[in-house]
Design a protein around this ligand. Structure first.
Ligand SMILES: Nc1ncnc2c1ncn2[C@@H]1O[C@H](COP(=O)(O)OP(=O)(O)OP(=O)(O)O)[C@@H](O)[C@H]1O
Ligand SMILES: [Mg+2]
Length: 178
């Protein structure tokens, strides 16, 4: 399991926790709780091999916190966008917004969330990148222009390590094997 945070956010390189086997998730949960408690928006990249427990970790972490969870699939940007918009509308008990891009959708989410501390999770984010290589730059813009200055925790999760590392935003990573 690997957790990382883009270095550019505050000039610190975060430790990456890499595990092949797991017994408990206290280290990862502590990491996430610390980030959640710190001020301002946080961008977390979470990746690790299949069936290692990424989704379970996220679900456990989000328990009792205001959050929206979206599970990406391999059907491409438009269908994922549509499904995310439906999920968001259902979540906020609203009519489905007409959104043409993930940028529009992020604006919609921010309007719904207003100034609250909120967690937005996109699980299987690497599936989105797999079908559309503009996704990392789209999310870079979303992060820089609309989420960065708020109180949002954006968790992007995936199992294709190289895709998550090479494709996602401006991530700088060091490894800590344990
Ligand atoms: N901390 C844990 N302790 C025990 N079982 C766990 C733990 N975390 C996950 N599991 C179990 O391991 C299996 C895989 O977990 P999970 O779906 O969270 O993995 P994943 O990394 O998200 O997998 P994928 O990459 O396929 O999405 C599930 O059956 C889940 O219930
Ligand atoms: Mg999963």
């Amino acid at each position: 399991m690997v957790l990382s945070q883009p270095q550019s956010m505050n000039n610190r390189t975060y430790k990456i926790i890499f595990m092949n086997r797991f017994i408990d998730r206290n280290t990862e949960l502590d990491f996430l709780e610390r980030k959640y408690d710190s001020q301002g928006s946080q961008l977390i990249i979470l990746y690790g091999r299949k069936r290692v427990g990424k989704t379970e970790l996220i679900k456990q972490f989000c328990k009792g916190k205001d959050s929206i969870y979206f599970l990406g699939d391999k059907r491409g940007t438009l269908l994922n966008l549509e499904r995310f918009a439906e999920k968001a509308a259902d979540h906020f008990d609203d009519v489905v917004p007409r959104v043409e891009s993930f940028y529009n959708l992020s604006k919609y989410l921010l309007r719904q969330i207003s100034d609250e501390k909120y967690i937005i999770v996109i699980d299987e984010f690497s599936y989105l990148i797999e079908r559309d290589d503009t996704i990392p730059s789209v999310f870079q813009v979303i992060w820089d222009e609309s989420l960065k200055g708020k109180d949002i925790m954006l968790i992007l999760c995936g199992s294709s390590i190289s895709m998550m590392v090479e494709g996602t935003l401006s991530v700088k990573i060091t490894h800590l094997a344990s």
